[in-house]
Design a binder for this molecule. Structure first.
Ligand SMILES: Cc1cc2nc3c(=O)[nH]c(=O)nc-3n(C[C@H](O)[C@H](O)[C@H](O)COP(=O)(O)OP(=O)(O)OC[C@H]3O[C@@H](n4cnc5c(N)ncnc54)[C@H](O)[C@@H]3O)c2cc1C
Length: 460
């Protein structure tokens, strides 16, 4: 049930105004500024003359949980604790190690809460969390959309492609591309008496030890290139707008150069908001073509992905593809594949294609793959898999296991894009049918692929 364009009430339970505090359960927007969930929670707490408590938990059993993802999240915890303290808000972080650790912590905190405010994110484990807490809690649950610059509710159906959403975004954008109005709490809750015996105090020097005690995949190691947290995201944003953006329109297609923003992991975990990034880009000293090219990716492409996951319940399968792709897949399903590889061979980057192996190596070793080669990476897996379904599953698994920005609407839209989602039919070819075709040979000639391959071999 919508309360406004960003806020949904997820159940029909009452607000308990006699309770002790409002609870903000932070799940995806892991930041203390430019966060519509947090400002809504502050507003509600002030209206009821109650303090606000913010809670963030990290469980050990979400899909693809690993040292890499845990470390990136934990790197943002200490700064958030300090920031919440400065804002007068009690912040509780809980790292659940394994099966024997305390459970149902949100429900425990909700017992003394008037209302639960949480994040509305259209994919991965969040919709399930939100359904569960809405059923289980005895109080109202509000889910707030702080995903994009424009609220997801402004598009009431699934858009067909970038060309259908772009004019709508252009029309709406002036209302939303504005400095964010932050809110402040009227009652300080930093010393509130609360039973949070499960709380975990995270400091930078304890992260490796904390992660080592979790029952997660320790084979996917932390990134040495990307470090989590809003401060690290802002550091990269500053470098991007000052040094990289002026040549973005040209350099973003060169994986051998540091030519794109590399901010997608910060966006995925909500350490940075797209609004903060877009405003910094707008104000930067850079040619208008570069700014436009960047904002097309950050706003049009990104919000198209969120639109798909919000409105298409089959977004995590080939069923989300348009009819023309299903038709062409039926015609070409049995085409002979020149070569096929197992998941293990692909994961180890052991194919005949040196450029593909380099893309895979970059992803496995750093937690990111350059924007320009991601489609090539996906297209080759289609060519080398026994079926389209197997290719899709392999891509989702590898992308979500290794990429810091995985498990995101962009992950599903990006992978489906390799199969023709948000695209148009092209010239018919074996295996691909009318899906757009790409080869490492022609893509690799558009940049210094030897340099890129060499660079990935040197990554630790
Ligand atoms: C097979 C495949 C898998 C992908 N998996 C992911 C993923 O797991 N997570 C993810 O965030 N993106 C994914 N993408 C989209 C895109 O490749 C990444 O967003 C981009 O590589 C991030 O790098 P960057 O921040 O340097 O991008 P920039 O070039 O600096 O772009 C700026 C921002 O715009 C957005 N953006 C850029 N390209 C796209 C796009 N094609 N679709 C939607 N938004 C876009 C991202 O938020 C990005 O940070 C995938 C694309 C493909 C083809």
């Amino acid at each position: 049930m919508p309360i406004n364009e960003r806020v949904l009430q997820l159940n029909e339970k009452p607000i308990n105004e006699k309770a002790r505090y409002v609870l903000y359960w932070m799940q995806m927007f892991k930041r203390t500024s430019h966060n519509h969930s947090l400002t809504w929670a502050i507003r509600k707490a002030n209206e009821m003359k109650l303090p606000l408590v913010a809670y963030e938990g990290l469980k050990y059993y979400y899909p693809w949980a690993s040292d890499r993802l845990h470390t990136f999240i934990l790197e943002g915890v200490e700064e958030k604790r300090k920031e919440f303290e400065r804002l007068g808000i009690r912040y509780i972080f809980y790292l659940q190690n394994d099966e024997s650790s305390p459970k149902n912590t949100v429900a425990k905190l909700a017992k003394d809460a008037a209302l639960i405010v949480t994040d509305d994110f259209p994919c991965f484990i969040i919709p399930g969390h939100n359904r569960h807490i809405a059923e289980r809690a005895e109080i109202a649950v509000h889910a707030v959309d702080s995903n994009g610059i424009i609220p997801m509710s402004k598009f009431d159906k699934e858009e067909y492609a970038a060309y259908t959403i772009r004019p709508k975004i252009r029309k709406l954008l002036p209302n939303y591309l504005k400095p964010f109005a932050e809110e402040t709490v009227e009652i300080d809750s930093t010393n509130i008496d609360i039973d949070a015996s499960f709380e975990t105090i995270v400091t930078a020097n304890r992260i490796a030890e904390l992660v080592s005690h979790c029952d997660i995949d320790h084979s996917v190691t932390p990134s040495h290139v990307y470090h989590g947290g809003t401060a690290n995201g802002r550091k990269r944003l500053k470098k991007f707008v000052e040094e990289i953006l002026p040549d973005y329109d040209n350099a973003r297609n060169k994986p051998d150069r540091d030519g794109s923003s590399r901010l997608s992991a910060y966006l995925h975990f909500g350490f940075l908001s797209p609004l903060e990034i877009a405003l910094a880009v707008q104000e930067a000293e850079a040619p208008q073509e570069s700014k436009d090219a960047y904002l097309e990716e950050l706003i049009v492409r990104r919000e198209l992905s969120y639109n798909m996951t919000r409105h298409n319940p089959k977004f995590d399968s080939l069923a989300a593809l348009p009819d023309w792709v299903h038709k062409t897949m039926r015609v070409h399903a049995d085409d002979e594949r020149e070569v096929t590889y197992t998941l293990e061979e692909l994961e180890a980057g052991q194919t005949h294609d040196e450029l593909w192996n380099a893309c895979q190596r970059e992803m496995v070793r750093t937690g990111e793959m350059h924007n320009y080669v991601r489609m090539l990476w996906g297209k080759n897996v289609i060519a080398w898999s026994r079926s389209y379904e197997e290719a899709f599953e392999t891509l989702v698994h590898l992308n979500n296991k290794y990429c810091l920005d995985g498990r995101n609407p962009n992950s599903y839209a990006g992978i489906l894009w390799c199969f023709g989602k948000h695209d148009r039919p092209w010239m018919e070819r074996p295996v691909f049918g009318q899906m757009r075709y790409m080869t490492s040979g022609s893509t690799g000639r558009k940049f210094d692929s030897k340099k890129y391959i060499q660079w990935t071999k040197m990554l630790g």
